[in-house]
Write a protein that binds this ligand. Structure first.
Ligand code: PXG
Length: 454
């Protein structure tokens, strides 16, 4: 992004000289320079060029209550003055983390009353892997180590997180996955369903779990991990037949089920958790993002009572982070959840804004570029295709990136995952802002189509 603004150029020079950005081509970013985001309010961001941008991705799926809520800043400031840091190791604790664990238990599914805190979703999944193996060892079944995950799932970027994830481009860098993690097909009908109906494909994809359990041997399988709806993989909403069949399989075999709620958790689907939406009853749930609305880093693992009972018999769990349950993060999370509850934000998503967003998004289905519009809650995906009937893509044109660039230029952040455009706006988005989002999205689809034709 070239700029005439000297301040922007100065920041871009700092980026070029000193910063290595996540998930970026360092050299390309050096040449191009990042867009500098300077401030934000509600669902809007401003960049250093003065552009106002509707953030259709809530940051990175996390800014649930929207930007600019002073209450969270005040909670952090108060906590920093009172007790900026103390750890939870060596049999100590502090009030904010204890109060937060209780409040999370209040909103979590029944029987999930304990939380292990981490600094991020990735650390939550690292914790999960170690806790699953510890659990089975305590139960006298130490061979049950293998975790089954899904291709194109996303579970983080630490070594365990990236291994659990099914992103091959992440595996390729660094000899991943680590041993003991295997992957099955994802329930992505639009991309991989072939001639099957969505429900036939959903059953087929779910059956892959049973096949994998039998192939690895149930005595060797510790857990199955999945996002209720895959986020980073492209807002993949499983066919209706998928989760019921998975539940049958899980009931048949003695393995743990871990729901990665890092994106779905804290209201994204219009329920507190994606597992409430699909009635999944997991043993563990990974959380992060919406827990603090991204105002400060925090993640964790919510653990079901029957699992905790076993862990209670296992002596020390030799795992934890300096910043596990950081008091300032806990104070911010408490205030964030208070706002979600007091302002009935999750209910409003369920009854008002999610139905409205889904209705308005589906109006884009008539666009010549659009092969499918799907969504749940405040999650949405728009598949860009050359041929609607056959779901054929524009091969090698980078249509998603073209569309994403038009969006940015026209004041809308919509992500591209390949040729799938995705949105996950802040949960506080209003119907008028949804209208603006859909109007801008249609304009950018038109511009993308013209670019392809020109
Ligand atoms: N699980 C899920 C389901 C996630 O979406 C993580 C775990 C890891 O959380 P941390 O806090 O360690 O990042 C995530 C994170 C993208 C994108 O491209 C998505 C995430 C992170 C970075 C990029 O959509 N999700």
């Amino acid at each position: 992004m070239t700029s005439n603004n000297p301040q922007t150029r100065e920041w871009q020079a700092l980026s070029s000289d000193h910063h290595l950005a996540p998930f970026s081509d360092f050299k390309q970013l050096k040449e191009k320079g990042p867009r500098i985001i300077t401030h934000a309010k509600g669902v809007y961001l401003w960049d250093s060029e003065g552009n106002k941008i509707l953030d259709g991705m809530a940051g990175l799926w996390c800014v649930a209550i929207g930007y600019g809520r002073d209450e969270l800043a005040d909670a952090a400031s108060k906590q920093m003055r009172e007790l900026p840091y103390y750890n939870l190791f060596f049999q100590t604790a502090h009030p904010p983390v204890l109060e937060l664990a209780k409040v999370i238990a209040d909103v979590a599914p029944e029987g999930m009353n304990h939380v292990f805190f981490t600094g991020s979703g990735s650390e939550g999944n690292d914790t999960m892997l170690r806790m699953v193996r510890h659990y089975w060892a305590i139960k006298g079944q130490p061979k049950k180590k293998v975790i089954i995950s899904r291709k194109n799932g996303y579970h983080g970027s630490t070594v365990a997180g990236a291994s659990l994830g099914g992103m091959t481009y992440m595996h390729e860098q660094g000899d991943l996955p680590i041993p003991g993690i295997v992957h099955i097909a994802q329930p992505y009908w639009f991309g991989e369903g072939g001639d099957m109906t969505p429900n036939e494909f959903g059953i087929w994809a779910a059956n892959q779990l049973e096949e994998k359990i039998l192939e690895v041997g149930v005595d060797n399988v510790g857990a199955f991990i999945a996002e209720p709806i895959q986020g980073a993989g492209g807002v993949i909403i499983p066919p209706d037949s998928y989760w019921p069949r998975i539940k049958e399989i899980l009931a048949k075999y003695d393995i743990l089920f871990v729901a990665d709620e890092v994106i779905c958790g804290f209201g994204r689907t219009g329920e507190w958790f994606g597992t409430d939406f699909y009635d999944l009853k997991p043993h563990m749930m990974t959380i992060a993002k919406g827990l603090t609305s991204g105002y400060i880093p925090m993640g964790g693992l919510i653990v079901r009572d029957d699992v905790v009972e076993v862990l209670n018999e296992g002596g020390d769990f030799n795992h934890g982070f300096t910043y596990s349950g950081h008091p300032v993060a806990a104070a911010v999370a408490l205030e964030n959840i208070r706002i979600l509850r007091d302002e009935k934000i999750v209910e409003r998503v369920r009854t008002e804004t999610a139905p409205y967003l889904q209705k308005r998004l589906r109006e884009l289905s008539d666009h010549p570029l659009v092969g499918e519009v799907r969504g749940v809650g405040l999650l949405g995906a728009i598949e860009l295709v050359q041929d609607k009937a056959t779901r054929k893509r524009y091969e090698g044109k980078g249509v998603g990136m073209i569309c994403r660039t038009f969006c940015f230029e026209n004041g809308l952040i919509m992500r591209a995952v390949g040729d799938t455009m995705i949105i996950a706006p802040p949960l506080v988005i209003t119907p008028a802002e949804i209208d603006e989002l859909v109007t801008k999205a249609r304009k950018c689809l038109d511009l993308t189509l013209s670019a392809l034709q020109g």
